[in-house]
Design a protein around this ligand. Structure first.
Ligand code: AMP
Ligand code: MG
Length: 338
């Protein structure tokens, strides 16, 4: 299949909407990462997403809407959901709600809940409005690869597999949306994102965080969110993450680099001057900058042919939880406090 990559504009958006209406797959930008979209209520279209991504069929998709009215008949919108929508939609917050029979099992991987989100990106909004369909869209990477934060990343993974990529520049947030389960008694974050547990508690009164957010699943433990079960966000090279005071992390990174063939470092901007002439990439200075840059850096280090990655992390709390959840998985939980 020929893949077109077009700047998002009126005519390319119309073309994207037409493709979506005929059950095809289109990649588009959101404020979090690029999504791989298709009609959420069309089984064959949703299967085409799984095929293009080589995604395991037991990993459910998020359904994107541009207006709350589109949820009518798709899921049970609770009072808490309504409050959270008032506060954070459009935005990087996905809610799990009980689904109706109209949502096919393939979209939710057979689960009784459906994940819904209203993205805060002009291109995503325009596309969703133009096609007037609820659009199932996981991240537009091949399964297991870092999520794409630019059209070029989507091209690397999806060239020849889908008909159209809409280019809307680089994503502002850089990590996927927060996923909060609203089907139980207490709202529970299954995947951290830019909307933090504290921000959810401010509106909903309470918010729990699933323990699997920062540790691997125990043997026999079922993942509350199937996506957490699969290998994720992984660069090709093995990676170790160090957390601690700058000076100490800098010392360890220098030592590890010098003792390892073909190593690459990933650290906060402020640490780079302490790393000398060694090959090092910047994660910015704040957790939000780290989130925006992480997936891009993983791809850049892969492209450089890195054999081993040593990285600086943040304590996994507050607004650093989102970036550290991804770093932990990219490093297969090889995290060392120094
Ligand atoms: P992606 O958009 O590729 O980041 O994938 C969406 C993620 O949302 C999946 O990996 C799941 O972890 C989560 N998700 C979507 N729907 C559900 C659901 N019904 N129950 C639990 N988790 C879900
Ligand atoms: Mg994904």
């Amino acid at each position: 299949m020929d893949t077109l990559c077009l700047p998002a504009a009126e005519d390319s958006l119309r073309r994207g909407a037409e493709l979506l209406k005929t059950g095809q797959v289109v990649a588009f930008p959101t404020e979090t990462v690029y999504g791989l979209g298709a009609d959420a209520l069309n089984e064959a279209a949703v299967r085409a997403i799984f095929a293009a991504k080589e995604r395991p069929a037991d990993n459910p998709l998020i359904v994107h809407v541009w207006s709350r009215d589109q949820l009518e008949g798709l899921c049970l919108v609770t009072d808490t959901a309504r409050k959270l929508m008032d506060a954070y939609w459009p935005g990087p917050l996905t809610m799990l709600l009980l689904k109706t029979d109209r949502v096919p099992a393939v979209t939710t991987a057979g689960l009784p809940s459906v994940a819904v989100r209203c993205p805060d990106h002009p291109v995503a909004q325009a596309l969703l409005k133009e096609c007037a369909l609820p659009i199932a869209a996981p991240s537009a990477n091949r399964s297991g690869r870092p999520s794409p934060t630019s059209a070029a990343h989507v091209w690397q993974d999806m060239k020849g597999r889908i008909p159209l990529i809409l280019d809307g520049g680089e994503c502002r947030v850089g990590v996927e949306s927060t996923v909060v389960d609203l089907t139980g008694e207490i709202p529970t974050v299954l995947r951290p994102g830019a909307v933090t547990p504290r921000m959810i508690a401010d509106v909903a009164g309470k918010c729990a965080v699933a323990p699997s957010v920062m540790r691997p699943l125990l043997e026999g433990e079922t993942a509350p969110s199937p996506g957490m079960r699969h290998r994720h966000y992984a660069p090709k090279a093995p990676m170790t993450v160090y957390i601690g005071p700058d000076e100490r992390v800098a010392t360890v990174l220098r030592e590890q680099y010098d003792a390892t063939e073909n190593a690459v470092l990933l650290a906060r901007e402020s640490l780079l001057p302490l790393l000398g002439q060694r090959r090092a990439f910047s994660l910015g200075n704040t957790p939000a900058e780290g989130a925006r840059l992480l997936f891009q850096r993983l791809r850049e280090m892969d492209a450089l042919g890195a054999g081993r990655i040593y990285a600086q992390g943040w304590e996994p709390e507050g607004d650093a939880l989102a970036v550290m959840n991804r770093m932990a998985r990219a490093a297969a939980f090889d995290i060392v406090h120094v």
